[in-house]
Design a protein around this ligand. Structure first.
Ligand SMILES: [Fe+2]
Length: 388
């Protein structure tokens, strides 16, 4: 019997300056001490200031673990879990981009599960629920604050492993656009294009439902209308707020539908070459859309319209090409390379990239049937910049 579900148990609250109320929002859930999981960039940008003051005001004891790195390794999660135990913390707050929130999820989960995080790679392997977990994103991109997964790199094999479990969903996510206002252009672009990739891959996923699709296509539209303003103006609060909402909506969508070939391939780049996740996705996206086009022209035509293209009087296939064009135009505006060679990808690793991509569950929900040879062709086309 085939059945479907939709669940977003995370309570999402948003507003300008709302992170200054973190203490009040978290108070009912922290009995002993809160572990704030973040990176040094967030700390140096003074983004913790309002959060810490509000915790002090409410007499919430806390410690800070600021050793999160980009593309976080499993070791960082294991180290953070030791810190959590040593400091007697009983709740975790991730503050930062996807890396900080993913690390926070891993630590909260491992506080209540034996062994190491990599023992739980795959879907539904965690035995016990995480300790109370909260998230405050400082980028509008990963949607990790509402997803049921964490991605950590196995340093020995360079493989980015996904641990997927409803036990890792944060209880509350606080979206405060004021924390994203000073993001550099390159990070605004990378994270925003990651969110767009989530929305597009979720909308076309074989596992999508009418519910997840409505979140995904709305996210595509909001990103199309707001990302350029966030990038070119930076301090525009309204577009920053809209981008945070869109990134959260895309996250809620792909938590149900999973993603597709872009993420299957880009995760291997992150592990092997340490390329920023969003940039790898943005560069790959037009090539994967081109590959997928024959399998889902109607969905891609919807995406073209959501990105502002006039599709009237066109066949679904013609309109679908406009969706690819719209993504390429965004990449051009954000100075994102149009081939993966310029990102530093080397074809010397091709067999490993293909093999690791095929290990991703995302290949199986990609709209067009995909074999190893297809992944290889997509990577080669993206390397040489061939849109055939
Ligand atoms: Fe992503």
């Amino acid at each position: 019997m085939q059945s479907h579900s939709f669940f977003t148990p995370t309570k999402v609250v948003w507003g300008r300056g709302l992170s200054n109320n973190t203490g009040e929002i978290l108070k009912p859930y922290v009995q002993r001490k809160l572990l704030i999981v973040t990176d040094q960039g967030v700390r140096n940008a003074n983004l913790l200031q309002g959060i810490e003051s509000s915790l002090n005001e409410r007499n919430i004891d806390y410690c800070i673990f600021d050793q999160v790195e980009p593309n976080p390794s499993a070791e960082i999660v294991d180290r953070g879990t030791i810190v959590l135990r040593e400091t007697n913390c009983d709740a975790v707050l991730g503050v930062g981009g996807g890396s900080s929130i993913d690390t926070a999820k891993g630590i909260a989960a491992m506080a209540n599960n034996e062994g190491k995080i990599l023992d739980y790679e795959g879907v539904g392997k965690l035995r016990n629920p995480a300790i109370p977990l909260f998230a405050i994103p400082t980028t509008a991109g990963t949607g990790s604050e509402v997803t049921n997964s964490t991605v950590v790199t196995n340093k020995q094999t360079s493989f980015k492993a996904a641990v997927i479990s409803p036990y890792m969903l944060p209880i509350i996510a606080i979206l405060d656009p004021m924390l994203t206002i000073n993001l550099p252009q390159s990070i605004t672009a990378a994270t925003g294009m990651d969110a767009l990739t989530h929305a597009i891959e979720s909308y076309t996923s074989k596992q999508a439902t009418p519910v997840s699709k409505s979140f995904a296509i709305s996210a595509v539209k909001i990103i199309g209308e707001n990302l350029r303003k966030s990038y070119f103006v930076g301090t525009d609060v309204e577009s920053r707020e809209n981008m945070l909402l869109a990134s959260m909506m895309a996250g809620a969508a792909f938590a149900q539908s999973r993603l597709g070939n872009v993420h299957a391939i880009s995760h291997t780049f992150g592990g092997v070459f340490n390329i920023p996740h969003g940039i790898a996705n943005a560069t790959l996206l037009p090539f994967v859309m081109k590959y997928n086009l024959p399998a889902c022209p109607n969905e891609m035509s919807d995406i073209a319209a959501a990105l502002g293209k006039d599709i009237s009087g066109r066949s679904a296939e013609e309109a679908a090409y406009l969706a690819i064009e719209a993504v390429q135009e965004m990449n051009r505006d954000f100075e994102i390379p149009h081939n993966i060679k310029d990102l530093g990808v080397s074809l010397d690793y091709l067999p490993q990239l293909v093999e690791d991509s095929m290990r991703s569950g995302n290949v199986f929900v990609n709209p067009r049937l995909t074999r190893a040879a297809d992944i290889q062709a997509i990577i080669e086309n993206a390397y040489h910049g061939i849109m055939e």
